[in-house]
Ligand binder design. Structure first.
Ligand code: UDP
Ligand code: MG
Length: 315
């Protein structure tokens, strides 16, 4: 480690998408925390193709501050590519990834940084003790999501932890070597190993504005977590096929037996025929669907398109 508790540079990575209602407050609260410290800092606001006044608000606020960088994407690429861009561009010894809506309170930075130095680790990942301002169904959805992705993944992902975390330079440099285009940031970081330590906090509700994670985007994230990150769905599809085949063989044995003992009802048996067709049809479709997901992901990787496009940089 070439830096110490007293002297280091912290990079703060803030992905923002249409956050005009909250970004001004976020900027003030963040800078109040950062300017109160002895360490150096830089803030990277990654504008993920916002179509509102997010960027103009940020530009006006940061006019005189050389430590604030605004990177604008050419369109909405998504939260994960925005985090990735931040990690690629940041220059600090340590980096903290936070949401723009103050659900990850910047006031926790000193405690998180202290946890990092006290435990001599590489990553401090923040775990939500509870979530305020989230409806019952969404809460259930998140609960199910984390457990499902965890079950499907080959790596142990910390439950109830998002991208709010501190990483050190070793981890950031290792992250930059990952070539995949569709990155599931928290999965990749968990996969890397190193020493990772949890930090528990109460997650407040969004300070202003509406969620930018639509159901579609949440499902896409879940899909990346499952199908991009693990081969377990393929194995499950195989198991499903084996179960279906076993049932099929038992049914065939029954049919053969009845045929040879002369007990086969030749005309009835409509119900069992239809049921078997539905069962096997379903299993085949699911299996093909799972294959399709992987094929689509391979297609994305083979095309080798950039993860995001930066339209404008402002320091
Ligand atoms: N975000 C983004 N691109 C998107 C969607 C969201 O950069 O396409 C950012 C958003 O501005 C916020 C963070 O990702 O800083 C988390 O989004 P949000 O708070 O809407 O998600 P939620 O907390 O409701 O899950
Ligand atoms: Mg939020």
């Amino acid at each position: 480690m070439s830096f110490s508790r007293e002297k280091f540079k912290l990079s703060v990575i803030v992905p923002c998408y249409n956050e005009q209602d909250v970004i001004g407050i976020t900027y003030d609260r963040l800078l109040a925390v950062l300017e109160n410290n002895r360490y150096d800092y830089e803030v990277l606001f990654i504008d993920d193709g916002s179509r509102d006044n997010t960027v103009s608000i940020l530009e006006a606020k940061s006019e005189k501050n050389k430590d604030v960088l605004i990177l604008s994407f050419s369109r909405n690429f998504g939260h994960q590519p925005a985090v990735s861009a931040g990690l690629s561009e940041c220059t600090g010894d340590l980096a903290i990834i936070i949401d723009a809506d103050l659900q990850d309170p910047p006031e926790l930075f000193p405690e998180i940084i202290q946890t990092y130095f006290d435990s001599n680790c590489n990553v401090v990942y923040c775990v939500r003790k509870n979530r305020e301002g989230v409806g019952f169904f969404k809460k259930m959805g998140y609960h199910f999501f984390y457990r499902m992705v965890n079950y499907m993944s080959d790596v142990e992902l910390p439950l109830d932890s998002g991208d709010f975390r501190l990483l050190d330079r070793d981890v950031i440099d290792a992250y930059k070597k990952f070539g995949e285009k569709n990155k599931y940031v928290r999965g990749i970081i968990a996969w890397m190993g190193f020493k990772q330590v949890p930090f528990y906090y109460n997650r407040p509700g969004r300070a202003e504005g509406e969620t930018k994670y639509s159901i579609k985007k949440l499902l896409a994230l879940a899909s990346t977590g499952m199908f991009y990150f693990s081969k377990k769905p393929l194995k499950l599809a195989l198991s499903l096929g084996i179960i279906a085949l076993t049932i099929g063989m038992i049914l065939s044995a029954k049919v053969f037996y009845e045929k040879f003992t002369g007990n086969l009802d030749e005309v009835p048996g409509w119900a069992s025929t239809i049921l078997t067709m539905i069962l096997f049809g379903g299993v085949q479709l699911i299996t093909i669907g799972v294959l399709g997901e992987y094929l689509g992901n391979i297609f994305d990787e083979v095309r080798n398109r950039p993860e995001y496009i930066i339209r404008k940089r402002k320091k």
